[in-house]
Design a protein around this ligand. Structure first.
Ligand SMILES: [Mg+2]
Length: 276
């Protein structure tokens, strides 16, 4: 056969799948970073902020495992405990982490400025709003309640323990699509503030938008961000955008409030027959 015919989706976007911490709540993704440090300190092993933030976005047990595998942390663990960290140790750190995390998210579930309006505008243009997170359900119960009190109620909430494997695999995002009865994946945009958020969307065949300034890659609270001079903000922004772009994000913006023009651009690309 000389020619084959290929189906191509030319419709509009049907859904956005939003991450939680650093994307719609918890400006600067403050809650998890300090909790990892505290949990490891409980085992006599010091962890830096940079180490605690590096695997951000993964399911929290996998995140703890990733920290223990870092050469400096692995060495510190062995020095303190006389042997390398085992799976049982990772479980023990996770057990200590969970209640600390629940207490911490109580203080860090404020909606990021502009997020509510952005979600309302996405709904107004016909998008369903799905969500995925690296938090397990026990932690999300607190965050979901706090977000609902502020007016944010997504159509689907997939937690880290709702799929056998989480990010960077596509499974949480795909589960969210199933829950919302949305297809094809080309009609979906995944929006998040970490490298594994972007990988989750790309692995699922979706469009991706990285969130640079309000998320983990800058890692500053709103007060801290506003307190630094323009040149320093520009440095932070550039580094964060580079990391998310290097992960393969189709677009990178400062905050979820900035995604609306991007949605127009994606729909124009779909209309031309492009796919993610
Ligand atoms: Mg996040």
């Amino acid at each position: 056969m000389t020619f084959v015919y290929r189906r191509s989706y030319r419709g509009r976007l049907s859904a956005a799948i939003l991450d939680w911490a650093g994307t719609v709540v918890d400006y600067g993704c403050q809650a998890p970073a300090s909790t990892f440090i505290e949990a490891f300190a409980g085992f006599g092993v010091p962890v830096t902020v940079a180490q605690a933030r590096a695997p951000m976005g993964m399911a929290k047990r996998a995140h703890i495992q990733a920290i223990t595998a870092m050469p400096e942390v692995a060495a510190a663990w062995e020095e303190r405990h006389g042997r390398p960290a085992t799976e049982a140790d990772v479980d023990a750190i996770y057990e200590r982490f969970l209640p600390l995390q629940v207490a911490m998210v109580e203080k860090h579930s404020e909606m990021i400025p502009g997020a509510l309006d952005a979600v309302a505008a996405m709904r107004a243009r016909g998008l369903k709003i799905g969500s995925t997170t690296g938090y397990p359900r026990a932690v999300m119960d607190v965050v979901v309640r706090a977000a609902a009190d502020q007016g944010y109620i997504p159509d689907s909430i997939v937690c880290a323990d709702d799929t056998p494997q989480g990010r960077p695999g596509p499974f949480p995002a795909l589960k969210s699509l199933i829950e919302m009865s949305v297809h094809p994946v080309e009609a979906v945009v995944k929006i998040g503030d970490t490298v594994v958020d972007i990988e989750e969307g790309l692995n699922g065949g979706m469009w991706t938008i990285g969130i640079a300034v309000t998320g983990n890659e800058v890692g500053l609270s709103l007060e801290e961000w506003c307190a630094i001079p323009d040149w320093e903000q520009a440095q932070y922004r550039k580094a964060a955008k580079l990391r998310l772009a290097a992960a393969g994000a189709h677009y990178v913006v400062d905050a979820v409030a900035d995604v609306l023009p991007i949605l127009d651009d994606i729909e124009a690309r779909l209309a031309r027959g492009e796919r993610p």
